[in-house]
Design a protein around this ligand. Structure first.
Ligand code: YH5
Length: 282
């Protein structure tokens, strides 16, 4: 395992005392449905105040996403994604937090890095032609996620012989492609991609085996389960009532070895993690 996760202006400890504190990544959606609408300026104002609130509540990273990646949702054209993400990135630039951009598009990656993004979070695992090249000459962090099929088709018939083995195999292949191109291992974190081409059973098998993913590839793991259907499946709750279930999932992820949790509800998750930390560390 590298000593640190290098994320642009920031470096997060992966060993020693500091590394026992889980990192909370707050989700900031900049899709039109997420700013309840008075137009683009109000959307930016909302994004900025939401980001400031998440930082106050303990988020060390903020993940800016301009592409709605719920199952079945259509892909967003490049120009529209840039129009959503770039103003938010510039608006947040002076905040003391690592800025991550959730994108699969090499052109968005390049623009985001020019604007000072600290991390690129690619649900497609940097498989698009030009994606690795887009992040090569930078020191940003890279979140490499597993997904079976595409966002349009992934939940139709998820199928694996052994989901944990297959996700590890996929992630190993991506890490090898990236390091062969010249990317430092210190920049990479892994994500099994909860909900991305997985049944509820696949998702919980992956959650139980996060340590295997981490240890076999000797890289830190990020877990994103907040409000997803795997929470609804167990609690029977609709998406707007999944906060408590999501906190349970975040604690479980950290107990199973995750270094970073990607969440909507930063206040509640941070409190729960503080108590869990006090209860499990000397
Ligand atoms: C992730 O896991 N997920 S976007 C459906 C929901 C709730 C939330 C039905 N980007 C991940 O958050 N990046 C997304 O309720 C991500 N890991 C990483 N690295 C989907 C999402 C969501 C979808």
């Amino acid at each position: 395992m590298p000593k640190n996760l290098q994320c642009g202006r920031f470096s997060f400890a992966l060993e020693g005392r500091e590394s026992t504190h889980p990192i909370v990544m707050g989700i900031l959606n900049v899709t039109p449905d997420s700013f309840s609408d008075g137009g683009r300026y109000q959307g930016l104002e909302f994004a900025l105040s939401h980001a400031e609130e998440m930082i106050r509540d303990g988020a060390l990273m903020i993940d800016i996403g301009g592409e709605s990646t719920r199952p079945g949702s259509p892909s967003v054209p490049l120009a529209e994604e840039l129009r959503r993400v770039m103003p938010a990135l510039y608006a947040l630039k002076t905040l003391d937090v690592a800025l991550s951009v959730d994108t699969c598009k090499p052109e968005v990656m390049r623009e985001a890095l020019i604007a000072g993004a600290d991390m690129i979070n690619d649900i497609n695992g940097f498989r698009a032609p030009g994606a690795i090249e887009a992040v090569l000459d930078s020191d940003c962090g890279l979140c490499v996620m597993h997904m079976q099929a595409t966002p349009q088709t992934m939940q139709q018939a998820p199928s694996y012989a052994d989901v944990v083995d297959e996700v590890i195999g996929f992630l190993r292949g991506r890490v090898e492609a990236m390091t062969a191109a010249g990317i430092a291992r210190e920049r990479i974190c892994l994500d099994p991609g909860f909900g991305f081409g997985k049944t509820v059973e696949h998702n919980y098998a992956l959650l139980r085996h996060l340590k295997r993913i981490r240890d076999e590839l000797a890289l830190p793991v990020l877990a994103g389960m907040s409000r997803k259907s795997m929470i609804g499946a167990v609690t029977g709750r609709p998406v707007e009532q999944r906060v408590a279930g999501s906190i349970g999932a975040a604690l479980a992820a950290v107990a199973h070895g995750a270094r970073i949790v990607r969440v909507h509800d930063v206040t509640e998750t941070t409190d729960a993690l503080k108590v869990w930390h006090a209860a499990t560390n000397d």
